[in-house]
Design a binder for this molecule. Structure first.
Ligand SMILES: O=c1[nH]c(=O)c2[nH]c(=O)[nH]c2[nH]1
Length: 294
């Protein structure tokens, strides 16, 4: 019997990085969670504990902080590319850098945004996942936990009924989800910030305006809108938990419920996931390699 080492990677997970730009009295803050993962010829450490080719995860963490001091972090995609390219040398042939950006907004005081006091702008995160392999690189960006709800304009009916079906058909329900999206970029010279803003806008506008007959239909329409308008996006993957809102039965209290009082269920939840891709998309290469969640 032969036993061999299979695919492996290692790095520092969830490095918390906060930067303050103090160049003017109006401070700018950035708040990132950075995870690094390196691949390559790492047999010696796995088989014999020989660490000559192991760039310590502690060094990887320090590199994140040093790079943030040496030049402005900039767009998370550029920061991830800089880090990934730094790590790929010698026996390290590939790197994957994940970054989540946490948004802050200025606290309004006397109607004006404060210079150096902030409040968290909700749970939503802008994300990127950069994979470097030799001198090639792939960028998959996205967002997580963008919670949306529409109070009408959503129906769900026509599904099969069997002896276990209890769900009533509805022609007017609340539709709510927390959007997780990742999209794969193609081409070069991409304005990361503008592209992110436009993709987010397209997804939100589609969610708001599409009269939905299923969350699946909404998912596809959101992805299709992005691919139609944004040629720099090769494909988009969406994960949409159906945050069910059930009508409360008020008849025990002698009351009617005219689609006004709901119980927001926590779990279980439907989980609707899918990819929307253009038929002439550039090859995905290693873009999704070892990417969690999809
Ligand atoms: O939009 C929906 N899609 C489903 O597949 C589903 N299943 C379910 O119970 N409710 C819903 N809603």
């Amino acid at each position: 019997m032969a036993i061999t080492l299979g695919p492996n990677q290692y790095g520092k997970a969830e490095v918390r990085l906060v930067t303050v730009d103090r160049s003017t009295p109006v401070h700018e803050i950035r708040d990132l969670t950075v995870s690094t993962s390196l691949r390559g010829d790492l047999a010696a450490t796995h088989l014999h504990g020989d660490n000559a080719g192991v760039l310590a995860t502690d060094t990887q963490k320090n590199t994140v902080y040093a790079f943030a001091k040496e030049s402005p972090v900039g767009e998370i995609e550029d920061f991830a590319l800089r880090l990934g390219r730094r790590f790929v040398r010698g026996n390290i042939t590939g790197a994957r850098i994940l970054i989540d950006e946490h948004a802050w907004q200025r606290i309004p005081v006397d109607g004006k945004p404060h210079e150096h006091s902030f409040s968290r702008a909700g749970d939503e995160k802008r994300t990127t996942a950069v994979t470097v392999d030799g001198d090639r690189a792939w960028v998959v960006s996205g967002l997580r936990d963008l919670v949306v709800l529409k109070s009408t304009g959503s129906e769900f009916h026509g599904f099969p009924r069997d002896e276990y079906t209890t769900l009533p058909e509805t022609d007017d329900r609340i539709l709510a989800t927390a959007v997780t999206a990742r999209w794969r970029y193609q081409g070069s010279g991409i304005d990361w910030a503008n592209s992110f803003g436009e993709i987010r806008r397209l997804m939100l506008e589609t969610f708001a305006t599409l009269h939905s007959y299923s969350l699946q239909q909404t998912l596809y329409a959101m992805g299709e809108a992005v691919l139609r308008e944004r040629p720099e996006v090769a494909e988009i993957r969406l994960s949409l938990p159906n945050k069910h809102h059930f009508l409360v039965d008020l008849t025990p209290f002698g009351l009617t419920n005219d689609n006004e009082v709901f119980y927001a269920a926590d779990r279980p939840y439907g989980l609707i996931e899918g990819t929307v891709i253009r038929d002439d998309a550039e090859d995905a290469g290693l873009a999704w390699h070892t990417l969690p969640a999809f």
